[in-house]
Ligand binder design. Structure first.
Ligand code: ADP
Ligand code: MG
Length: 234
């Protein structure tokens, strides 16, 4: 990172700020540390890729940051909320402000593509049905699936389903996107396309992205790459 860039970032408030984060699985003798003293800051507009061998703690870190798992040690601030000691209600509030993309698309098979994308918009009481549909269609268009809006997941390819999942994660314009191996189940060409679409859209929306991947074919979309091994950032 250049000095100018570093100065610029240091004046901004981080979207993610982890200090001395520790996490263990198991009890008693079986207690096993998975994350050790993680310190990490991610700033608005940054795409950060998290890589590391299988079992190194990437998913655990992502789920902690996503408020999907309770914090054990250290502190973690996401979008101005402190997760340490947060109540269940607060955790839900935080989750609503994050866009999640998982390895498996997790689309609802009984809903069409456009209906799947509009699901998170239902949380916004100010949006009526028509507005939700218009916004969802625009997002599907942005991921190149405007002509597949009424298709059900079973009739879409793996890459197309993953693009619907991206549209669903971005439709609320969250300030933070968390993606866990979003291209892992895709062939090379579809994986590349997913990465390009994500990069283009998140730069447009100015959100921060933390993306876990093994896929070294898409590392070039990152502003910064973080390597984790045995639960420690290298
Ligand atoms: P990665 O995503 O880098 O593959 P994970 O965060 O999924 O790594 O897992 C880190 C380590 O924690 C692994 O050794 C894994 O077996 C273990 N682990 C993950 N989830 C659990 C769990 N729910 N209970 C116990 N151990 C777990
Ligand atoms: Mg994982």
């Amino acid at each position: 990172m250049s000095i100018a860039n570093h100065l610029f970032l240091s004046q901004m408030k981080p979207i993610i700020s982890a200090s001395n984060l520790n996490h263990c699985y198991g009890q008693g003798n079986l207690r096993k540390p998975v994350l050790v003293d993680i310190n990490l800051q991610i700033y608005p507009g940054e795409i950060v890729i998290l890589t590391g061998p299988s079992g190194s703690g990437k998913t655990t870190l992502l789920t902690l940051i996503g408020a999907l798992r309770s914090l054990q040690g250290g502190s973690l601030k996401i979008l101005d909320y402190e997760l340490k000691g947060a109540t269940q209600t607060e955790l839900v509030t935080i989750r609503h402000q994050i866009g999640y993309i998982f390895q498996s698309h997790n689309l609802l098979s009984c809903l069409s593509a456009v209906e799947n994308v509009s699901v998170p918009l239902k949380l916004d009481k100010h949006l009526n049905r028509d507005r939700r549909k218009t916004q969802s269609l625009a997002m599907l268009d942005a991921v190149g699936l405007g002509d597949r809006a009424e298709y059900y997941p079973d009739n879409l390819s793996g890459g197309q389903k993953q693009r619907v999942a991206i549209a669903r994660a971005l439709v609320t314009q969250p300030k933070l996107i968390l993606a866990d191996e979003p291209t892992a189940s895709l062939d090379r060409q579809s994986g590349r396309k997913i990465a390009d679409i994500m990069q283009q859209l998140v730069k447009q929306q100015g959100c921060a992205v933390l993306l876990v991947t093994h896929d070294n074919r898409i590392l070039d979309i990152a502003d910064r790459i973080i390597n984790i091994e045995d639960g420690q950032i290298k």
